[in-house]
Design a protein around this ligand. Structure first.
Ligand code: F6P
Length: 362
């Protein structure tokens, strides 16, 4: 019997379990392939002891569950794996071991579900002969080569609901509410939720901001009788001529962690405009919870498409969504278009501006 493996790498995103379920069912029903589940991202490839066969019963009831039954890890890069030797941290290239284990496990294909980082590692492994098919996942929606990643729709819903909730309390207390949203260097979540939730100000990394026009809109709204405002700010947003805010800056091989811009902006609004403001950081709530029907639908279609490619012996590809169609493209081409950022002159920003939403740039 032919065999395929699946692993989920990087930060989790709602819809991962829907992918796993679709892979297992499609592999069994359409092609009679055996599916092995590798645990904790690439860790499961380097140390495959916990690999297990995924049967239909293993994936029963997981379609609507957030997280991933396989576990995820964003520190398992086989080209730079951290290990402890004599109590000290060392970095080793264990990619040869990972490639060897693909053969040992007799995997005809390995489906890797991940975002930018995970799929870049996959591309390196492909270049060394690994039979990988990528599936684009991230709440940030910043993977190139596809119109949408799964996970984004659920994060957008969670962020929009947060804005709805902030509206009522902002209005009651005549405050400015600043909501910090995830997305790394891309402003997709802040922009989409800001438009859907009726924010007055949206600050995103793609449009460096100045607080002057932002304060003007607060004053203009007050003149019109609205003594409150809502701001959706992406964690990667940056003041003109300034720097992004990090909770943990980049050092060595540590992944930098963005965060803190909303508090800084809320404090400045308070000081400079004398308007009472509060900051909310939505954080990992955006990564959790029940996936939306759209994310389940997209994740399922991606999983099924990846199995069809595997069965046809095609590798080095990433499945994608173009318009309404699921297809695929070379992994390296998709990565060359990553990160996919918001176009400051595009339809979404133009639509938002037309609604009177301020981006802090004019
Ligand atoms: O890439 C997904 C994401 O949630 C980003 O939006 C965010 O910056 C980052 O991951 C947070 O990573 P961690 O869970 O490691 O703190």
């Amino acid at each position: 019997m032919r065999r395929i493996g699946i692993l989920t790498g990087g930060g989790d995103a709602p819809g991962l379990n829907a992918v796993i379920r679709a892979v297992v069912h499609t592999a069994k029903n359409e092609f009679d392939l055996q599916v092995l589940g590798l645990r904790n991202g690439f860790d499961g490839l380097v140390e495959p002891e916990s690999v297990r066969v995924l049967s239909r019963s293993e994936v029963r009831g997981i379609l609507s569950r957030g997280g991933t039954i396989l576990g995820a890890a964003n520190r398992g890069n086989p080209f730079a794996r951290k290990i402890i030797v004599d109590g000290r941290e060392e970095v080793r290239d264990v990619s040869a071991q990972a490639l060897h284990n693909i053969e040992q496990l007799k995997l005809d294909s390995l489906i890797v579900v991940g975002g930018d980082g995970t799929l870049r590692i996959s591309k390196e492994l492909c270049d060394r002969g690994a039979p990988i098919i990528g599936i684009p996942k991230t709440i940030d929606n910043d993977m190139g080569g596809t119109d949408q990643t799964f996970g984004f729709s659920t994060a957008m819903r969670t962020a929009t609901e947060a804005i709805d909730k902030l509206h009522t309390t902002a209005e009651s207390h005549h405050r400015v509410m600043v909501l910090e949203l995830m997305g790394r260097d891309a402003g997709w979540i802040a922009l989409a939720a800001g438009i859907s939730g009726g924010a007055d100000v949206i600050l995103i990394p793609e449009i460096p901001f100045d607080l002057q026009p932002v304060m003007q809109i607060f004053r203009a709204r007050a003149k019109r009788g609205s003594y409150f405002s809502i701001m959706a700010i992406a964690e990667g947003a940056c003041p003109k001529g300034g720097l992004q805010q990090f909770k943990i800056p980049a050092h060595g091989l540590h992944i930098p962690r963005l965060g803190g811009i909303a508090q800084q902006v809320a404090d400045q609004i308070h000081e400079k405009a004398g308007v009472e403001s509060r900051c909310t950081v939505l954080g990992h709530l955006q990564r959790g919870g029940t996936p939306t029907p759209f994310d389940r639908w997209l994740a399922t279609r991606y999983g099924a498409a990846a199995v069809r490619l595997a069965a046809a012996g095609e590798h080095g590809l990433m499945v994608n969504l173009r318009g309404r169609h699921i297809g695929s493209m070379p992994l390296d081409e998709a990565l060359a278009q990553t990160p996919k950022l918001v176009d400051p002159a595009g339809e979404l920003v133009t639509t938002a501006r037309g609604l009177g939403i301020v981006f802090g740039d004019e």
